[in-house]
Design a binder for this molecule. Structure first.
Ligand SMILES: Cc1ncc(COP(=O)(O)O)c(C=O)c1O
Length: 332
């Protein structure tokens, strides 16, 4: 897949003029395959470099006003919290972060939108987004879902989910090259969505896709490699094995650390976060330097969580290495 990605880059450098002419058509073909993979209409999906860009575009499209409130879980990705805090501060609006179980208790008559992750970043939990989106929409609220970790960990059906905005990354669990994200937008919102910059895509007749995808001269190879990544995923689908392994790893890690699981097992997919007995800002460095195990403690807000990720190439022996290394790495 990486070879395909680089082949697209070489093609651009060899024949830039031809390539740029063909680009809209090439992107449309890649977009159609991505749309089929995530259960969406091709015209409702636009390529963006990453989920953060998608969340930013969605947040700006809301055109928040003074007094408005945006309700979010307190498990959201820090970079996206900053997006909302910044835009809310600019508008005189409020970003309200609350425990996900009590999300709707904090709804007021000023609440405009609900923002939640499909799978959370630090705590690696699958949230009940179907229920949250359905309830929010029934209450007339706009829904923005951060699906950065969901693509390829879950079978997505974005049409059925019905969120107003869904931002995703193909460069995480789908293993596409970095820079391969997307934003899915329901048709009724598309006119309000702008690209991060204004460029040729705004020439009449401008469309949602042209405005958001024509962003000056860029390397589109990561987007064009997505179909190859999808084909690879379809041919080598070992997700259920990974989920079992992640759940087993979580059980054994909790037993080893003497800490309680953060949530029921059903909320675990291919990532699992466990509570450390004490916060430890240096643990992940020690695990890497001394044991060649790459695993993050989650920060900057919390260094008392350790998150494991189980990919197609991860074996139980890898988890065992962690289980053996942890007691001495923690003891310092
Ligand atoms: C839940 C969540 N949202 C958003 C992001 C940001 O992804 P990106 O940097 O690709 O925009 C991450 C990154 O880990 C994440 O975990």
């Amino acid at each position: 897949m990486f070879e395909r990605y680089q082949a697209w880059q070489i093609e651009l450098e060899r024949e830039p003029v031809q390539y740029m002419e063909r680009l809209p058509e090439l992107l449309a073909a890649a977009r159609a395959e991505l749309a089929a993979f995530v259960g969406a209409e091709p015209d409702d999906v636009t390529f963006v470099p990453n989920a953060t860009t998608g969340v930013n575009m969605a947040a700006r499209a809301l055109d928040l006003r003074e007094g408005d409130e945006v309700l979010a879980s307190d498990l959201e990705y820090g970079g996206c919290d900053l997006t909302w805090e910044h835009l809310c501060a600019q508008a005189g609006a409020r970003y309200v972060r609350v425990p996900v179980e009590r999300l709707f208790e904090h709804r007021t008559d000023r609440t405009r939108a609900v923002f939640v992750s499909h799978i959370t970043s630090e705590t690696a939990l699958l949230l009940p987004v179907e229920e949250i989106v359905a309830r929010a929409r029934a209450e007339g609220l706009t829904t923005i879902v951060d699906g950065a970790h969901a693509v390829a960990q879950l079978d997505l059906d974005l049409e059925k989910l019905g969120a107003d905005f869904y931002a995703g990354n193909c460069h995480k669990w789908l293993c596409a090259p970095k820079g391969a994200g997307f934003l899915h937008v329901r048709p009724e919102w598309q006119d309000q969505v702008n690209g991060p910059i204004v460029s040729w895509g705004y020439t009449n007749p401008a469309t949602f896709i042209s405005r958001t995808e024509r962003q000056g001269t860029r390397d589109a190879a990561a987007y064009l490699a997505i179909p190859e990544a999808i084909a690879f995923q379809r041919a080598h689908d070992v997700r259920e094995r990974c989920v079992e392994l992640a759940r087993r790893a979580r059980r054994e890690l909790c037993a080893l650390l003497g800490t309680e699981p953060l949530a029921p097992e059903e909320a675990i997919r291919q990532m699992a976060t466990v509570q450390l007995p004490v916060a430890d800002t240096d643990l992940s460095h020690r695990l890497f330097d001394e044991h060649r195990i790459e695993i993050p403690t989650m920060g900057p807000r919390r260094d008392d969580l350790l998150r494991i990720s189980i990919a197609a190439y991860t074996e139980w022996e890898d988890v065992e290495r962690l289980l053996v290394a942890l007691p001495s790495a923690l003891a310092r």
